[in-house]
Design a protein around this ligand. Sequence first.
Ligand code: DAH
Length: 349
Amino acid sequence: MKNPKIEDIKKTLETDLKQVPDEKTLNELKVKYLGKKGLITELNSEIKNIPNEEKKDFGMAVNELRNIFNNAYEEKHAFFEANLLNEKLASEAIDISLPATKISKGAPNILEKLIEEVEEVFMSMGYDVVDGPEVEEDKYNFEMLNIPKGHPARDAQDTFYIEGEEILMRSQTSPVQVRTMLKGEGKTPIRMICPGKTYRRDDDDATHSHQFMQIEGLLVDKNISLSDLKGTIDVVVKKLFGEDIVTRFRPSYYQFTEPSVEVDISCFNCKGKGCNICKKTGWITVAGAGVVHPNVLRMSGYDPKEWSGFAFGFGAERLAMLKYDINDLRVFYNTDLRESKTFDREEDL
Ligand code: DAH
């Protein structure tokens, strides 16, 4: 015989189960039917009022109700879980057919690249690459390079003075020669190059800049002569511009070297015949150089009777302009990526 109360609950349960929109409602139903005071739970306490011969049927009917609920619960719970997962997957989906954002690559600064090449050549010959301050003392920039105060040689280097007559923006990288010799304390042989920025009061145009770079070099040892300088420069120039390039020295004058020379290389473009790059002369000047003046050695603690040396100063922009066929040095200091891209070459990447 069917128990009317159970039949009632069964009906409400079936209606309730038909309209479960979400997990939250499902859980509310669980409380409503199987919670501590749930409709099905409470049926258990009624069993004592049931006549003995009906107890078994009653118990089975309650169990059936519980099963109906539990089965429906499992099924709906699984359904909501799957839905949740699908929603999550859909929201995190990546459309791999979309075009990727283009990453803009930088390009090596051509002047830096040239300097690195020069450094490599010198390092392979045992030279150290050293650094020196750009804000310099007059003493190192001039005096200890044998250019005393009031000397006309100073006029050629239109110097930016910062404080009085003593502190300046270095007008050449040559003061690093002095600094390096002072560190050597008249005892250690020296082989160094110093690439670095230099400053002069110059108007900027295609071939001049108030700030430019030099690559200074100094070798101090025993029995060093001009021919050692020639051999060294020759190797470097050939590595940079090609094996068929010839070097020549022209007499010149610098206070800190004696003898002093201008270093010319045969024009790599016309092979000496004369073209626009070499201004029809067949030769291109790339550096100033010479044998270190005894006064300079002495002032920096190296006894000229014992030690001798050579020094040179390349114009870095000039080398880069020649090597990479650039006719305006302002491009080196331009931060426009489109400019540097022009020099972007596959092998650099
Ligand atoms: N410092 C010189 C200049 O700026 C270049 C130079 C010439 C450097 C001869 C040297 C050198 O070391 O020996 O014009």
